[in-house]
Ligand binder design. Structure first.
Ligand SMILES: [Fe+2]
Length: 211
């Protein structure tokens, strides 16, 4: 089984994730140690408070990919798109197919259905990042039903499993993806692997993404 991390801030010196290439290299070894062979690097884009050095993304991804391939890890570039007040919805798709999206924690964004529809119109499949994080969203809500009806993939974080906030989704069998959203924590690869091992049915859904 190809174990992968779909949501990470490992791409160094672009946002508030990993800053230093040496830390990135150390983290690569940790992921490899725990059998994670594909990393999707998803820097923040269009986040209202996280400053992203967009101009660094392509070159740093090239360097990051070189480091990764040296230790037998495949990297894929994507982004974590903040869906807030923008009119035009744009992102860096993962493998040309998936759009990882996050929302404001404080309130559901106005016109969320239209914004997600824009991604669908671009031929992209939305992936709802850390679904457990939003106080305005519950698994039985109409909004969550809309996500499912449009074929969106549902992602929870390792931290959400550890602190149990993801459980209402996991217990209802609504989760497609576990990711670690790693911003530079050396302990996360091990904890991520433990979560994957605990939920083989979710791993099977991840496998079906074809990454
Ligand atoms: Fe993230």
């Amino acid at each position: 089984m190809n174990l992968f991390d779909l949501h990470s801030h490992l791409l160094f010196d672009v946002d508030h994730g990993v800053q230093d290439r040496n830390l990135y290299r150390a983290l690569l070894l940790e992921y490899r140690k725990y059998g994670i062979r594909t990393l999707v690097l998803t820097p923040h884009v269009f986040h209202p408070t996280v400053k992203t050095k967009v101009e660094n993304i392509r070159e740093n991804f090239r360097l990051a990919s070189e480091d990764a391939s040296r230790v037998g890890i495949k990297t894929i570039l994507g982004a974590e798109l903040y869906l807030g007040s923008q009119i035009d919805v744009k992102t860096i798709p993962i493998a040309g197919r998936y759009a990882l999206v996050e929302f404001p924690v404080s309130a559901k964004p106005i016109g969320l259905d239209r914004k997600l529809q824009q991604l669908l119109d671009q031929g992209l499949e939305p992936v709802i990042a850390h679904v457990e994080r939003y106080p305005w969203l519950r698994p039985q809500d109409q909004t969550f039903r809309m996500f499912k009806d449009m074929g969106a993939w549902i992602q929870v974080n390792v931290s959400g499993i550890e602190n149990r906030t993801a459980m209402p989704y996991i217990h209802r069998d609504l989760v497609d993806i576990i990711a670690d959203d790693n911003h530079g924590d050396r302990s996360l690869p091990k904890r991520f692997r433990a979560c994957l091992d605990a939920y083989p049915e979710i791993c099977a859904r991840m496998e079906s993404m074809g990454l």
